[in-house]
Ligand binder design. Sequence first.
Ligand code: MGD
Ligand code: MGD
Length: 731
Amino acid sequence: EITRRRFLGTAATLGAGAAATPAVASPPVHPPGWTGTARVEKIATTCEMCFWRCGVLASVSGGKVVRVEGNPDHPQSQGRLCARGNAGTGLLYDPDRLKTPLLRTGARGEGRFKPVGWDEALDFLAGRLVKLREEHGPESVAFFPHGNGARFFATLMRAYGTPNSAEPSFAQCRGPREVGYSLTFGQGLGSPEPVDLEEARLVVLIGSHLGENVFTSQITAFATGLARGAKLIAVDPRFSTAASKADWWLPIRPGTDIALLLAWMNVLIAEGLYDSEYIKTYAAGFDRLAGHVREFTPEWAEPITEIPAGKIRETARAMGKAKPAVAVHPGRHVTWYGDDTQRARAMAILTALLGSWGRKGGLFLPTPISRGSFDLPDFPDSKRGRADGAGTRFPLAVEELGVTNGLIDATLSGDPYPIKAWIVYGQNMLESIPQPARTIEAIGKLDLMVVVDVLPVDQIRYADLVLPEATYLERYDPPTIVESAKRPFIAVRSPACEPLFESKPGWWIAKELAKRLKLEAFFPWETPEQHLETILAPTGIGVRELVSRGAVVFPGKPYLEDRPPVERSFDTASGKIELYSEALAKIGADPLPRYTPPVEPPRGFLRLIYGRAPVHSFARTQNNEALSALMPENEVWLHVSVARDWGVTGGQRIVLENAEGVKSSAVRVKVTEGIRTDCAYLVHGFGQRSRALRRAFGRGASDNSLMSRVSVDPLTGGTGMRVNFVRAAKA
Ligand code: MGD
Ligand code: MGD
């Protein structure tokens, strides 16, 4: 059988051969699909080294994946992969991988297990789930998923009857942003966020450290925009990579961004620089906004933000001049200070004033793709509501992603009902949810803790049962359907090789459990190809076509002007962009954003801030051979004057201690002018505590371990994490 890719390869080879007679001896010509004497097949699939879902071609020879590279036919990554994507085989062949199901034999936390077969593991789990449902109700089981593969488990958990499911991508990441933009524009942003960086005349980054935060297509669009002459404003207390490319670096006092945003609005309105036509056509509440920001002048903001009023005015004018092609990046990890929904609202309102929503060079609009669905039995009604506080304690928390910390609170308190079991899939709870000591305390209350993972991360020490999933290169997952792209697309994840060891794909584990729980009717397909076929049905694209190409693209309507006037309304109560939010007023929250001062560091302490390094993802890649070679550990960034005061020098290892006395592992100091004097900076994901991760163990310091405090956003439950303070611990 010849796939389209191989056919094109053959045609190209034949064409090249016919066109030219080489003057020098040509290298040996291999038939397409062969390298030397080895037959190499290229399998198109989707990366999972982070959550951006780039297209991958995996070269497979003799059943082994010998290389991964970008799939040029993939609309998002267009043949490019970042360092992490290129290092995918390092995860597949990581000798420390989880290899068999494990049942705990020692005490929780000791990390002593016995390997068991899948039948024993799944019978054990199904038995416990049946018992929990009988004794405490299905809602006593909480699910903590993350990643594309989790969707089969999500179906299983809903079928089992629990409403309690929460991903860190909401309360530890982009939840407040989704809510802030939905309140304003009637829809959130989703992932990838639709920022038209390549067409922008001016890019505004509030945090959003693009360049260290690496999503391949986003970075490409950013670089393209800058190369085409876009100006850049980078607001960051640290001289980030983006700041180094910026026309204006505004080293803001941490936690004061809302003041800056209000002052920018003040200038845009006072000087008539906003897009008045756009606001008249599409927005409601302008007069109230104008009245609200009148007092928030740049001079008011200067002592708060420590940005000179002149710079605030100058940058506001630059925005006014470049509008509507101003890409105010909405941010992604936004759970900073607990006022994050209001900061997102302020960013959304600024975007509206510039007329940039739905406009070229601003934020573009998603285009829906139809997809097939399954004829499933009704999911059980969750009679006792959610335990994570969504909709009650946190009135604007969304149901689908849930509030991780809300479930941890409920596990500790038993309120509103007991949570007795956790099933953790693809989530690294001790590294991605602040206050890890509380998480461990909550685990202590459980009857059952199950972890489905690929690596022996620290949390497995606390598990009763560990299930080794096959990595993304060894399995099918539900297809990736991306509507928030200029040209929306569907992409496939299909296996490049057989699962190694005793690992199994998530779809298989979920389906086998469903059989044991008599929930098979929720999985009305035999193979993942059949599952894919149903989802693809309305698109007219066949499974074989998608599998051979990797991704299929559809036409998009990214800008308002591409749409007829009837399609230009907004899914808010008024049908308009809501500058003033009646929805917030109704629940007693500020209908217009207001600046609230952040908690200040105690004397002698610095604010702990954190971010990404281009070659690592979260806490999931530090054990990867190639990536660990590129960056084996993180460093703590200290300003030169702080280093002098603390009496430390660059390269020296120190232990950090937070205001509650929690200490980090030893971390090297980086002395730099590129950070404010009131902050210390760490790249997230290091300082891992699992000895079973032989490369990652003890390298650098964990930001999460130093997060003893959070400032919880009352609207969404998002955990503001930049409210922790550190100093050098005494030797
Ligand atoms: P931020 O928190 O906005 O995260 O990345 P972003 O969404 O960019 O940005 C961190 C920056 O905020 C740092 O430079 C820090 O100095 C600055 N900062 C700290 N405090 C303040 C403040 O008070 N105000 C302002 N204006 N700036 C401040 C996260 C994103 O990265 C996410 S959510 C994901 S899912 C991806 N993860 C990821 C990864 O793990 N690895 C790599 N290489 N890339 C990634 N990209 C994505
Ligand atoms: P990871 O560390 O990548 O982060 O939160 P997480 O998704 O929890 O953990 C992923 C886990 O899934 C790891 O244990 C990994 O081994 C496992 N895994 C990897 N691939 C697979 C797979 O194919 N199948 C299964 N079953 N498991 C797999 C990310 C979250 O963290 C996000 S999105 C953000 S933006 C926040 N960032 C952040 C931060 O910067 N600092 C701190 N302190 N906390 C943070 N929390 C948030």
